[in-house]
Ligand binder design. Structure first.
Ligand SMILES: C[S@@+](CC[C@H](N)C(=O)[O-])C[C@H]1O[C@@H](n2cnc3c(N)ncnc32)[C@H](O)[C@@H]1O
Length: 286
C-alpha cells in the first residue's frame, strides 16, 4: 500500500487537521478520524449524491409508522431518514459525530419545517459512547453507519451501547453494504472516473474520480474521492474509510453481544439475502 500525504483534501474536511498530517490507509481507521468524517464535511454535496436513494428511507419510514415510542437513530447525518420518519409522525432522537451534518439538519428544520423540529432531538456525540437516560423500542443505524466502526473494540462498544438503550423487547435495525471481493481487489493505482457534476453550493463544474485501497488484515476499504474543478482551481481529495464486515462475522458479533433472533433481509425487501444483495438489512432483539 502506498503512503501518501494529502494536503488539498484538508481544506474540505472536519475536523480540520494540522497543515502537515499523514493521511494514508495505514494512519486511518479510528472512529472520528479524517477518513470517518471528511466525506460529511460538505452536507449539500452529500445530499446531492444520495438524493435518489429512496428505498432505504421508505423501509425505515414503514418501521417508524409501527412505533408508538421514541426512536433512536445512530448516525442520523443531515436527516435523510430522520426527516422522513418525523414527517410520518415519529419522534426521533438523532445522534451524529459530524457537526456539519447536524448543523445542516438543524438549519434545514428551522427554515423549512420548524414544527417538525419539535419531533426531532439532535445530539452531537459518538455512537459507541454517548449515554442517554431514555430507552427506546426501536433503534436504527441506517445506511452503512456501522462501517464507521473500525475495530473489534469499536463494534463491541457500539453493540453494548445499543443494548443499554433498548427497552425490553425493543428492536435494533441497521443496514450495511455486503463486501464484494471484486471491489476489494481493485488496483490502488487505478482512477475510476465518473461524470462531472455541478456543486450544489458553489455551482462549479467538477470532474470526479475514485481510487480504492484495501487493507485485508484490518478489513478497511479506503475510498479516495478526487475532485477536479473544471475552471482550473485547486483540486482536492477526500478520504472515506469503511470497515468491511462479512455477514457471518457480523452474526458472530451480534451473538456475542447477546442479541437474539438476528434476522437478515436483502436490499430493504422481505427477501432473504443472496449473492446479488447489496445492502444487508439486520433486525435483532436482545
Ligand atoms: C453514510 S452516513 C449516513 C447518514 C444517514 N443515516 C443517512 O442515511 O443519510 C454515516 C453517518 O455516520 C456518522 N458517524 C460516523 N462515525 C460516527 C460515530 N462514531 N458516532 C456517531 N456518528 C458517526 C457520520 O458522521 C455520518 O453522518
Amino acid at each position: 500500500m502506498t503512503e501518501r500525504r494529502s494536503k488539498a483534501s484538508q481544506s474540505k474536511a472536519e475536523p480540520r487537521p494540522a497543515d502537515e498530517i499523514d493521511i494514508s490507509l495505514q494512519s486511518l481507521g479510528q472512529c472520528g478520524d479524517f477518513g470517518a468524517l471528511a466525506h460529511y464535511a460538505d452536507p449539500a454535496y452529500y445530499s446531492q449524491c444520495y438524493r435518489s436513494r429512496k428505498q432505504d428511507v421508505n423501509y425505515y419510514v414503514r418501521l417508524a409508522r409501527k412505533q408508538t415510542g421514541n426512536i433512536l437513530e445512530y448516525g442520523c447525518g443531515n436527516g435523510r431518514v430522520t426527516i422522513a420518519m418525523a414527517q410520518a409522525g415519529a419522534r426521533v432522537w438523532g445522534i451524529d459525530l459530524s457537526k456539519p451534518m447536524l448543523n445542516d439538519l438543524e438549519q434545514y428544520l428551522s427554515q423549512a419545517y420548524p414544527k417538525l423540529g419539535e419531533r426531532i432531538t439532535l445530539l452531537h456525540g459518538d455512537m459507541r459512547l454517548l449515554e442517554l437516560e431514555q430507552r427506546f423500542s426501536l433503534i436504527l443505524a441506517p445506511f452503512n453507519v456501522m462501517l464507521h466502526l473500525y475495530t473489534r473494540q469499536d463494534i463491541e462498544l457500539f453493540l453494548q451501547n445499543v443494548k443499554r438503550h433498548l427497552l425490553p423487547g425493543g428492536q435494533f435495525v441497521c443496514d450495511v453494504s455486503v463486501p464484494q471481493i471484486s471491489d476489494l481487489a481493485r488496483s490502488p493505482h487505478k482512477h475510476y472516473k465518473a461524470p462531472s457534476f455541478l456543486h450544489p453550493v458553489t455551482l462549479q463544474k467538477i470532474g470526479y474520480a475514485e481510487r480504492f485501497e484495501y487493507d485485508p488484515i484490518r478489513q478497511l476499504l479506503l475510498v479516495w474521492m478526487e475532485f477536479q474543478p473544471e475552471d482550473g482551481s485547486q483540486p482536492w481529495t477526500v478520504p472515506l474509510t469503511h470497515r468491511q464486515y462479512f455477514p457471518c462475522e457480523l452474526e458472530a458479533y451480534f451473538g456475542h453481544a447477546g442479541f437474539a433472533s438476528v434476522e437478515w433481509t436483502a436490499d430493504f425487501s422481505d427477501n432473504p439475502p443472496d449473492a446479488a444483495t447489496d445492502s444487508l438489512v439486520i433486525t435483532c432483539r436482545v
